[in-house]
Design a protein around this ligand. Structure first.
Ligand SMILES: *[C@@H]1O[C@H](CO)[C@@H](O)[C@H](O)[C@H]1NC(C)=O
Ligand SMILES: *[C@@H]1O[C@H](CO)[C@@H](O)[C@H](O)[C@H]1NC(C)=O
Length: 200
């Protein structure tokens, strides 16, 4: 009996330590938390935040991971819509993230920064009123290969921001699985004034 209990405890702990940090059902999945801060607001995976705090690109980084080379950040609304159909909307695809030397720490996070506004600049969440009740915005951090470029098959999606298929993008761009991920949610119809040609 004791043995069984110990086993369950061990599996329970194991389960907790590998909790997925990307939304259930989303691929590619990540089990490592990408630290994301909007100002002083720390984003724990799945947290619902106000649209108004998300309108400037967040500070990102990793805790307890040795960083080297360059990184690529994607932020994707997986509850977007276009012409009444659910689709993904690319909110950012930013390259050349690196740690500073010496590293800059925020709350134990080794901060990664970039000066790049390409391939796709950051724009904050602005989910329209209506279903679903919240939009999920997924963050994925990948190592950036030396010869990174947006693959031809994805240029249109990156430019229009609609219908990016991240699994295919990863394969076509020769990326490895994400180093880390995270996601936040914003309530649909959260009302601030930003107007875009798309709603997401
Ligand atoms: C995350 O953990 C699950 C459960 O152990 C595992 O199946 C999956 O392969 C892991 N995913 C990644 C990206 O490491
Ligand atoms: C610091 O990071 C931890 C997770 O590592 C988080 O739970 C906490 O909210 C963060 N605190 C601040 C002030 O950012």
């Amino acid at each position: 009996m004791k043995f069984t209990a110990a086993l369950f405890t061990a599996f329970g702990l194991l389960g907790a330590s590998i909790a997925q940090t990307t939304p259930s059902g989303f691929a590619p999945a990540a089990n490592v938390t990408l630290d994301v801060y909007y100002g002083t607001q720390y984003i724990s995976p799945g947290i619902v935040v106000k649209k108004s705090i998300t309108q400037k690109a967040p500070t990102i980084g990793l805790t307890g991971v040795t960083l080297s080379g360059k990184y690529l950040l994607a932020m994707i609304d997986i509850d977007g819509s276009q012409n009444g159909r659910t689709t993904t909307v690319l909110h950012a695809l930013l390259q050349d993230y690196t740690p500073s030397t010496p590293p800059v720490l925020q709350n134990g996070t080794t901060v990664l920064t970039t000066k790049a506004t390409t391939p796709s600049s950051y724009f904050g969440p602005a989910p329209p009123a209506g279903a679903p009740p919240t939009h999920r915005y997924v963050f994925l951090l990948h190592e950036q290969p030396a010869n990174f470029a947006v693959p031809a098959a994805h240029r249109q999606a990156v430019q229009s921001r609609f219908a990016i298929d991240w699994v295919k993008f990863v394969a076509d761009a020769g990326l490895k699985p994400p180093v880390a991920g995270n996601y936040l949610q914003v309530k649909s119809g959260d009302n601030t004034k930003r107007k875009m040609g798309w709603t997401a």
